[in-house]
Design a protein around this ligand. Structure first.
Ligand SMILES: *Cc1c(COP(=O)(O)O)cnc(C)c1O
Length: 390
């Protein structure tokens, strides 16, 4: 309905902005699991809430519109969305994935799909020749995650889509880091967009949720069938939290991104910091590509200190960010990939991906960036062991 508006406005003015029955300006939570059928021969739109629920419908319609698709699906977690999408595959199929895929996706592909006879190859997705070389006659899906976690590598989305079309494969893209506010993969030809709505879309560290969107009719029907068959739907209370978070998505992304850019540039000049990873930096290898395929660089950056001891001292002395897994919240979140997201990965594999013992990831929240930098500055003094000069 709101084709003519920007995403910023569409977040607030969509078909669910007022409840048609009462005029309520918040989507009502429909708890019913089942629905009375008024006519013996013709059933209504809803019969059972796993198959369809008006509250969930509102979120599914909203995310479909924001991503530029026509079928949206809400799941109990990002992993439920990703797992359900992989159920589009069958025994004997093969998937090509980026080697720095999210840890949960890595686990699903390597430990669950393999048992079901679905094969995989991990590649460096920044290298299209490597992607092309990994495609086999039974390859069905090219799976992207860009920017990647935690080293913020950028995949050429159009490049991978064109390889997929050439080889009649589908493309999936995990859009968690940028959200439709900054990157709309369906517009670049991607078939299925996936989200952990636990992160920026929910935005408040208070709900675990996942989303999937497509604009392909046939895939939409198949995903609806799988959502209903698998049953990993998002509950209505959590749907409401995601809908509420979504309203401020644009303003949160804008603020977080501005802070991330400022902090990344500042960190480049800090002597304790060996390396900064942020696609908004001009010397980031994916900077120009990112400008061509997205509307921004996001609110997540990573930086590397000398070693684990330096990280320990830094983490023990910062006061503002929470030290936790996850990202994309109103509060800044500092994570230590070596002991958190990538703890299960052998050290050599981890280091081959650039995830060394000195690497920290920062998801920039809504604090005043100057105050975050002042907090970090004080903590860096402890890393140096020169606190007395403060
Ligand atoms: C967190 C995350 C997931 C998994 O989502 P959950 O909601 O935790 O199941 C998938 N992909 C990325 C990029 C993530 O950050």
């Amino acid at each position: 309905m709101s084709e003519q508006y920007s995403l910023q406005t569409k977040l607030l003015h969509n078909e669910h902005k007022v409840d048609q029955a009462t005029g309520a300006v918040s989507v009502p939570i429909q708890h019913a699991s089942t629905f009375h059928q008024f006519d013996f021969d013709t059933f209504g739109t809803y019969d059972y809430s796993r198959s369809g629920n008006p509250t969930r419908d509102a979120l599914e319609a909203a995310i479909a519109e924001l991503e530029g698709g026509n079928h949206g699906f809400a799941f109990a977690s990002g992993m439920a969305a990703i797992s359900t999408a992989f159920m589009l595959l069958s025994k004997g199929d093969h998937v090509v994935l980026t080697k720095d895929v999210y840890g949960g996706t890595f686990r699903l592909v390597t430990e669950v799909l393999t048992r079901l006879g679905i094969e995989h190859t991990f590649v460096d997705m920044t290298n299209l020749a490597e992607v092309a070389a990994a495609i086999r006659p039974n390859t069905r899906v090219l799976y992207m995650e860009t920017p990647s976690n935690p080293t913020l590598n950028i995949t050429d989305i159009r490049g991978v889509v064109s390889l997929a079309k050439e080889h009649e494969c589908l493309t999936f893209l995990d859009n968690t880091f940028l959200t439709p506010a900054l990157q709309r993969p369906l517009e670049l030809g991607v078939d299925v967009v996936l989200h952990s709505a636990t992160k920026f879309i929910g935005g408040h560290s208070d709900v675990v949720a996942g989303l999937a969107v497509t604009k392909n009719e046939e895939l939409g029907k198949k995903l609806a069938f799988l959502q209903n068959s698998f049953g990993a739907i998002l509950g209505v209370q959590d749907v409401w939290l995601v809908l509420r978070g979504l309203k401020t998505l644009h303003v949160r992304m804008e603020h977080g991104e501005k802070g991330a850019q400022q902090i990344a540039e500042w960190l480049q000049g800090v002597p304790e910091v060996k390396r900064v990873y942020y696609p908004g930096l001009k010397d980031h290898p994916g900077h120009e590509l990112q400008k061509r395929q997205a509307e921004g660089f996001g609110a997540v950056l990573s930086f590397e200190l000398e070693n684990e001891e330096a990280v320990r001292r830094f983490v023990e002395h910062v006061k503002l960010p929470v030290f936790a897994v996850s990202l994309g919240a109103v509060e800044s979140i500092l994570s230590y990939p070596a002991k958190m997201s990538h703890a299960a990965m052998p050290k050599e594999e981890r280091e081959a991906r650039g995830i060394r013992d000195g690497l920290l990831r920062l998801s920039v929240g809504l604090e005043k960036p100057e105050e975050l930098m002042a907090d970090f500055k004080a903590a860096f003094a402890h890393v140096r062991g020169k606190v007395e000069h403060l």
